[in-house]
Ligand binder design. Structure first.
Ligand SMILES: NC(=O)c1ccc[n+]([C@@H]2O[C@H](COP(=O)([O-])OP(=O)(O)OC[C@H]3O[C@@H](n4cnc5c(N)ncnc54)[C@H](O)[C@@H]3O)[C@@H](O)[C@H]2O)c1
Ligand SMILES: [Zn+2]
Ligand SMILES: [Zn+2]
Length: 398
């Protein structure tokens, strides 16, 4: 079959790879009809090379049709329409039973001290072949796959794999008081959906902060108050002016480790990107590889006693954090990979009921074939062609 594979920094290709087969009784095979490209994939493209091997299949946002199931998979059958969570989780360990599926003890990657395995996301997360491919082997398929109804196009459901539960968790962790205010850094798919969900759940004002004009416009269309980083000189003062002098109650970081405007982290990321893997890996453990400008800005703008919710992915082990400020301002911080299955019961009714209250049908800016994948990574990284979210369709329109 054809699959999108990693070959090096800014080098992904379409390769012919062996068709996946059932390897464990808890596996399933799906024919992938839609598969998102995520901001997290850009970290693989640019920074996390030391943890990938040439030929690794990427992609962690797939949905499709069940082709085959292992003997222990009973809640889905051949022909069912399913979305696959990016967490590979078992459903019955201590962590899964506490709705912390991204920490699953059955699939944790102990060699690297990481949480649950993830589809298509480096050795740190189990080196599981991903879903930007014609077919996918789904591990732990007795638990993970989410059955969705026939009818609407794939776009309605595909974001259950990652974007929607990540944004939902970001908003829950942000703990916005009723009628309160929240600043969302980054208006990619995660930030846009976080803004939309925060408003849906009753926030009075969402400040949407970014520097890409079409993303700011899309944030505004979805009800956020757009804040162009390039236009506002003193962001803290600006947000205070709009929040009774205090700053927003909550802040969501939907940018992560590749934020603009952080020269030190960028230098470390560039160095790590060019070193041989064996030398680069320790850089992640001993140097500050993350670009922390957004984390610092979050600490600056949040009101005293407020909450910061991090959904952007960070990767370094020794990053300096603005501890003095966070401690002094009595800030609560929550973060982590989304626990996908934890939130499906909250989100699914909004996708299957009347209308499309989260406006998911209009999130994708590009629907492309698998063959167009490598070009899409480049366009997405450069933020060109108005690209905000790409859904690959390996078998044509879905
Ligand atoms: N926690 C999770 O489970 C989870 C799941 C999915 C994605 N993520 C992470 O969430 C982040 C966002 O994902 P996405 O798909 O929306 O990515 P994206 O790359 O499309 O969006 C990031 C946005 O941040 C903006 N930005 C960059 N620097 C900025 C700055 N200094 N201030 C304000 N905005 C800035 C960019 O212009 C861009 O619009 C990524 O780090 C991704 O890895 C986390
Ligand atoms: Zn993703
Ligand atoms: Zn588990």
């Amino acid at each position: 079959m054809k699959a999108l594979t990693w070959h090096g920094k800014r080098d992904v290709r379409i390769d012919e790879v062996p068709d996946p087969t059932i390897e464990h009784p808890t596996d399933a095979i799906i024919k992938v009809t839609s598969s998102g490209i995520c901001g997290s994939d850009l970290h693989l493209y640019e920074v996390l090379g030391p943890f990938l091997d040439a030929g690794d299949v990427l992609g962690h946002e797939p949905m499709g049709i069940v082709e085959e199931v292992g003997s222990e998979v009973t809640h889905i059958k051949k022909g069912d329409r399913v979305v696959i969570p990016f967490n590979v989780s078992c459903g019955h360990c201590f962590m899964c039973e506490h709705d912390l599926q991204s920490q699953c003890e059955t699939t944790q990657v102990r060699e690297y001290g990481s949480g649950a395995s993830l589809l298509g996301y480096t050795k740190l997360y189990g080196q599981v072949p991903g879903g930007q491919a014609e077919y996918l082997r789904v591990p732990q398929a007795h638990y993970g796959p989410i059955k969705v109804p026939e009818g609407p196009k794939d776009d309605r459901f595909v974001y259950l794999s990652d974007v929607l539960p990540t944004a939902w968790q970001a908003v829950q962790y942000a703990d916005i008081p009723k009628g309160g205010t929240v600043a969302v850094f980054g208006l990619g798919p995660i930030g846009l959906m976080s803004a939309q969900i925060a408003l849906h759940l009753g926030a009075s004002t969402v400040f949407g902060i970014d520097l890409v004009p079409e993303r700011l416009r899309e944030g505004e269309r979805r009800g956020a108050f757009p804040v162009d980083m390039n236009q506002v000189e003193d962001l803290t003062a600006y947000l205070q002016e709009h929040t009774n002098g205090r700053g927003p109650d909550s802040v969501i970081d939907a940018v992560g480790m590749e934020a603009h405007g952080a020269p030190v982290g960028k230098f470390a990321q560039t160095i790590a990107g060019f070193l041989p893997d064996a030398l680069a890996r320790p850089v992640f453990e001993t140097a500050g590889v993350d670009r922390l400008s957004v984390l610092h800005a979050a600490g600056d703008v949040v009101r005293r006693g407020g909450t910061i919710s991090l959904s952007g992915v960070y990767g370094g082990m020794a990053d300096p954090m603005p501890m003095l400020q966070l401690f002094d301002k009595q800030v609560t911080m929550r973060m982590g990979q989304a626990n996908v299955k934890r939130w499906i019961g909250d989100i699914l009714p909004l996708l299957t009921g009347e209308g499309d209250p989260l406006d998911v049908d209009r999130l994708a800016t590009h629907h492309l074939s698998l063959d167009d994948g490598p070009q899409a990574y480049e366009t997405f990284q450069k933020k060109q062609d108005g690209m905000i979210k790409t859904v690959l369709q390996p078998h044509g329109a879905a």
